[in-house]
Write a protein that binds this ligand. Structure first.
Ligand SMILES: [Fe+2]
Length: 252
């Protein structure tokens, strides 16, 4: 059993080969788009910033968008992440699983002044979803995620409502977040309602990380159109035969 009492946990894949294969396919696209010759995947990701020194911000951004489009077109990232962490996902949300159609890739180069702003994914997303945050390199120090547990999220949102002090909330998230070192091969799983974000990466290496979301087929949807953003990953026999019977009844 995993301890999810704080609304988040770090877990280790039981199938590293799937993650290695996913990482290698993504790196192939990175090499192509950014014209990188480095063969060692770990070096290529970690020292990515050295290869893009002459790129303008505009060109970098359009290549990043192209990269996300290509990897999602060529690889079923959400399904691969599901396979790599299946036991944990099923334990948390049950055997009838919807997964996000398009996975996100975040690149955080050293000293990038625009790290992910503090936010919550819910209520835009359903509070009954989980986020899988999967780094493609070892993430530690300032190169990892900041997150508040459920209780501290509640306290800080209440304070924000009363004082409207966004800077204080940001400080609290950074100060009260546990140090979550997440290695390649591990994932951070967290509830969509938790406050989270990233600090400026003060390490010497670049962070590449994936994120995607999972929910139970029967869980209430958020504000986003469920059919547009999610697809079926796995279903129990109950849902399989139940939906057949429902369809037969409809077609009578
Ligand atoms: Fe988020």
């Amino acid at each position: 059993m995993i301890d999810f009492s704080n609304g988040y946990c770090v877990v280790e894949t039981k199938n590293l080969e799937i993650l290695k294969d996913l990482r290698s396919k993504i790196y192939d696209e990175v090499k192509k788009i950014f014209n990188i010759k480095e063969l060692n995947i770990d070096e290529g990701f970690n020292l990515f910033h050295n290869h893009i020194k002459n790129e303008t911000a505009g060109s970098l951004n359009s290549k990043r968008i192209e990269l996300i489009k290509n990897i999602n077109k060529n690889i079923d990232i959400t399904y691969k992440i599901y396979e790599a962490f299946e036991d944990y996902i099923v334990e948390l949300i049950g055997p009838d699983v919807l997964g996000q159609k398009i996975a996100n890739l975040v690149i955080q180069i050293p000293n990038d002044q625009n790290p992910g702003e503090i936010h919550r994914d819910a209520p835009a997303n359903s509070p009954y979803e989980i986020v899988m945050w999967v780094p493609l390199v070892d993430s530690y120090g300032t190169k990892t995620m900041s997150i508040l547990d459920y209780e501290n999220t509640k306290i800080n949102l209440k304070n924000l409502k009363e004082n409207n002090n966004w800077e204080q909330l940001e400080k609290n998230v950074y100060n009260k977040s546990p140090q979550l070192d997440v290695k390649f091969g591990q994932a951070l799983i967290f509830m969509t309602s938790l406050l989270h974000g990233a600090k400026i990466n003060k390490e010497k290496t670049t962070r590449f990380s994936l994120n995607t979301r999972f929910k139970n087929i029967f869980a209430p949807s958020g504000l986003k159109n469920q059919l547009q953003f999610f697809k079926k990953i796995k279903e129990s026999n109950l849902v399989k035969y139940g939906s057949h019977i429902e369809l037969e009844e409809l077609l009578k």
